[in-house]
Ligand binder design. Structure first.
Ligand SMILES: Nc1ncnc2c1ncn2[C@@H]1O[C@H](COP(=O)(O)OP(=O)(O)OP(=O)(O)O)[C@@H](O)[C@H]1O
Length: 318
């Protein structure tokens, strides 16, 4: 497996603020990688360094084997799509798409025209007058139709409605299958993109906390609900990493990381049921858990607790 991006011991500081803290990672060639993490984790900072818009404080970043900053031979192969993209005052989408071939040698004007239809984008309206979703669509179209060997999408969906986001995912996947390239996608809508991703990098407070093939992560976390004593014994025997636990009386629900085939079989033989959890649940719990939703592993116990307290309230009011 070759790598388009190789980052080694890279630190980026803004004054006393450390945005990236000694990170190392590689991003495989011709893959769709999700760059995930909470607000302020360091995702955009990393993309800025990799697209030559910022310098690392220390450490090394290589893109196509070279340092990206001020390196035209690297930058000409990169598309960086971000919400804050600035356009000249009088520009319309039609101007953007007409000038795109100057910057992107693989630009496909027919594909861009098809995407304009798909997103129902008014191409002759000034960019300043576009709605937020329409503005996002301009970026998404540039990112897709440029077919750059390395494309970064930094939260490209902001403002796109659910239908438009699905169009983006569908077109991305279909075009990627026909024209493989390296795509790095930063998003908070993890469940929506989970099936697109082949590789996942999670940053938390400037550090890499997960860097693995998506397939490996998908089966790795699970929830177990059952008798507390049984689960405790199982988790300790299998040395599973407990990311979250919730208890009610003698019943417990745990979200565990580190599940493999052996663990699954052992659970079955021990009369415990493992239910897979989504990539989003794993990442939410790995990056702090404060955002955990009612859909998490604690839900069955939480729901039971809710039922108990509701019954208690009803009992009290009788
Ligand atoms: N130019 C800057 N000067 C000072 N601090 C900065 C600068 N740019 C980024 N930071 C800080 O670095 C940290 C990482 O920011 P970054 O924009 O990379 O996060 P992010 O993961 O992209 O977040 P979000 O998901 O909210 O977009 C944040 O704490 C941010 O406030």
């Amino acid at each position: 497996m070759t790598s388009v991006i190789e980052v080694s011991d890279l630190t980026k500081r803004f004054g006393s603020m450390t945005a990236l803290d000694s990170i190392s990672l590689t991003i495989p060639t011709d893959s769709i990688t999700g760059l995930l993490g909470r607000n302020g984790a360091g995702k955009t900072t990393l993309m800025h360094v990799l697209t030559g818009q910022d310098f690392p404080t220390s450490g090394d970043a290589r893109v196509f084997g070279k340092t990206p900053a001020e390196n035209a031979s690297v930058l000409q192969h990169i598309a960086f799509i971000k919400e804050s993209q600035k356009y000249p005052d009088d520009f319309k989408p039609s101007h953007v798409f007409r000038s795109a071939p100057w910057f992107f040698e693989n630009w496909d004007a027919d594909f861009a025209a098809q995407l304009v239809e798909d997103f129902r984008l008014p191409t002759n309206r000034r960019i300043k007058k576009l709605s937020r979703g329409q503005l996002s669509a301009v970026g998404v179209i540039v990112g897709l139709a440029s077919r750059a060997p390395l494309t970064f999408f930094d939260e490209p969906y902001l403002g796109l409605d659910a239908v438009a986001r699905q169009i983006f995912y569908d077109r991305l996947l279909a075009d990627y299958a026909e024209f493989p390239r390296t795509i790095v996608l930063s998003t908070h809508l993890i469940d929506e993109v989970a099936n697109l991703l082949e590789h996942v990098v999670v940053i938390d407070q400037g550090r890499i906390i997960l860097d693995a093939p998506a397939e490996e992560l998908r089966g790795r976390a699970a929830s177990i609900v059952g008798a507390k004593a049984d689960i405790d014994a199982f988790v300790s025997r299998r040395r599973l990493d407990v990311l979250h636990r919730d208890e009610l009386g003698s019943t417990a629900s745990m979200l565990v990381d580190g599940v493999d085939e052996v663990v699954r079989l052992d659970a079955l033989n021990s009369g415990l049921q493992l239910t897979p959890v989504s990539l989003q649940q794993l990442i939410v719990r790995r990056t702090g858990g404060a955002l955990a939703q009612a859909t998490d592993a604690g839900a069955p116990v939480a729901a039971a607790k809710d039922g108990v307290s509701r019954r208690a309230r009803q009992g009290a009011s009788r």
